[in-house]
Ligand binder design. Structure first.
Ligand code: ADP
Ligand code: ZN
Ligand code: MG
Length: 500
């Protein structure tokens, strides 16, 4: 049986987070809920108006190009892409056709951990074709009864970067990883929010299948309306199945555009694919070509590119002794990565530790960070940056846990309170009397009391029933309101029973 392998290329639109729109002085405010307030004669396409290039948007695309190791054009120009749609007042979109700002470059994605945890993970470089600059269209809002459509031009003229990859992607998972990594990079560069659910980043998937070993690519289908990472992944999985079935049945794939029907989990045909010549591209006569390196010193832009998520992961692995899979999500948001790194340096400052003990402390911090803290953030629908808890206090809590000064159950409760109130952990622990009792002297009274109250259990232990010890430990824990250190209690009970 012939095996069919998928080939995938992505086209991704990114709303840039500039102060003003692409060609006029209107505010670029994605949060604005009142329709048609950020509008002017330019973005409403009144006759005779002239566009002016937003340099902040140009700089953002150049920064992205530099971050992705791409080539910055020596000369770049804008073109008109002509089509009619009610949300496009000019009847054309100012875009870039044959001289984009950025060409080439690559983005490296992570695929799997190697067997040996110390080895670098398996990665893949996805080559980029180009990144160009264009303007967004307005938004159509359909009334619930389906009778009316309202148009909101607040988004018309908002700067969009369009990034196009080479067809280097070979699976749904790779495509998802690409989109996630790109979002992280955009956030590190602080040029876009890139929240797919809000339409700030919009992916189109191009996908074809070819029989294994064939030198030619198959006919591709384009999938639109993907507004989450999950939709990117699932629509590709669906399309691979659909196309495989057609090919196995001797059929042909139509060159078409399909939409993703999220509730049904299927792609549906929308129209046959338009070609470039359908748009009658021609150079925008109202704008001069631009020379990026004359507008901006590229060296200075390069310096403004921070350490990117991929490099940060590798550094965290090396410096913190964590695995790739562990540091992976830590670096998705720049604020999270900075916070975690601060926690570790605070933790190091509390107490010098041997390499091994330091790794244990870091692992402890990581576990609280990655499970408990993440849980709090998810439960309260907030972000780490909205919490009042500072990294110093978080590190302090971890230090208390590491030193067995509080139990893990108490630590979780303290963390939940710190997260909301921003009070330091020592304050909360003292106020609630949660410090763990680890000194045997302070526990002996409670232990004696429990043994005296359970003579039969003590007898059973002496007869060799080791299992009953856990019952006694539990009773002591109850007696001390959970503050006793269970390991110490266990040792003390054993000792006490040996002696009496
Ligand atoms: P079109 O002219 O149809 O828009 P392009 O050549 O501009 O096609 O490519 C658009 C996107 O489709 C790019 O991301 C590219 O990598 C991808 N692509 C091109 N050919 C194929 C193919 N045969 N299968 C899958 N993806 C493809
Ligand atoms: Zn305007
Ligand atoms: Mg194209």
């Amino acid at each position: 049986m012939v095996k069919y392998l998928p080939t995938i290329g992505l086209e991704i639109h990114i709303e840039l987070k500039t102060k003003t729109k692409m060609f006029c002085g209107c505010l670029n405010d994605s949060e604005e809920r009142h329709p048609n307030v950020n509008v002017c004669p330019i973005c409403l396409a009144h006759p005779g108006v002239l566009p002016v290039i937003n340099q902040e948007a140009v700089a953002a695309v150049l920064k992205l190009g530099l971050a992705l190791d791409a080539k910055i054009a020596s000369v770049s120009k804008f073109d008109r892409k002509n089509y009619f749609y009610p949300d496009l007042p000019k009847g054309y979109q100012i875009s870039q056709y044959d001289q984009p700002l950025v060409e080439g470059g690559y983005l490296e994605i992570y695929l799997a951990e190697k067997n040996n945890v110390n080895d670098l993970p398996l990665t893949k470089k996805i080559r980029l074709r180009r990144v160009h600059l264009e303007e967004d269209a307005g938004r159509l809002n359909h009334s619930d009864d389906g009778k009316n459509t309202y148009v909101d031009f607040n988004r018309a003229g908002v700067p969009l970067a369009e990034l196009v990859t080479e067809p280097d992607i070979a699976s749904a998972l790779e495509a998802r990883r690409f989109a996630e990594e790109l979002r992280a990079i955009l956030r590190y560069l602080a040029i876009a929010n890139a929240d797919m659910e809000k339409g700030e980043m919009r992916c189109e998937v191009n996908i074809s299948l070819a029989s294994e070993g064939s030198r030619e690519l198959g006919t591709k289908v384009e999938i639109k309306n993907l507004n989450s990472f999950r939709a990117v992944e699932q629509s590709i999985e669906y399309e691979i199945k659909r196309q495989t079935e057609i090919l196995e049945g001797g059929g042909k794939i139509m060159h078409e555009t399909r939409g993703w029907d999220e509730p049904k989990g299927v792609t549906v045909s929308q129209r046959s694919k338009e070609e470039a010549h359908d748009y009658r591209y021609f150079p925008e006569p109202d704008l001069l070509p631009l020379k990026p390196s004359e507008l901006f010193p590229l060296e200075a832009l390069k310096v403004a590119v921070p350490e990117l998520p991929f490099a940060k992961r590798l550094r965290f692995m090396k410096e913190f002794g964590l695995k790739f899979g562990e540091v992976d999500s830590l670096v998705w948001e720049p604020e999270t990565a900075v916070y975690f790194e601060q926690v570790i340096s605070e933790l190091d400052s509390f107490q010098p530790a041997s390499t091994k003990h330091r790794e244990k402390r870091i692992k402890l911090a990581y576990n609280y960070f990655n499970s408990d803290l993440k849980g709090l953030i998810a439960a309260q629908l907030t972000a780490l940056k909205d919490s009042k808890m500072d990294s110093h206090d978080f590190a302090h809590l971890i230090d208390f846990v590491d030193k067995n000064m509080i139990s893990s159950a108490a630590a979780k409760a303290v963390l939940a309170e710190m997260f909301v109130t921003g009070v330091d952990p020592e304050g909360i622990i003292k106020e609630k009397n949660l410090f763990q009792i680890s000194d045997g002297k302070d526990l002996s009274a409670a232990i004696e009391k429990i043994i005296a109250a359970n003579p039969e259990v003590a007898e059973n232990y002496k007869k060799g029933k080791e299992g009953v010890l856990q019952f006694l430990v539990g009773q002591v824990m109850k007696e001390t309101n959970g503050r006793a250190n269970p390991e110490v209690v266990l040792e003390q009970i054993k000792a006490a029973l040996k002696n009496n």
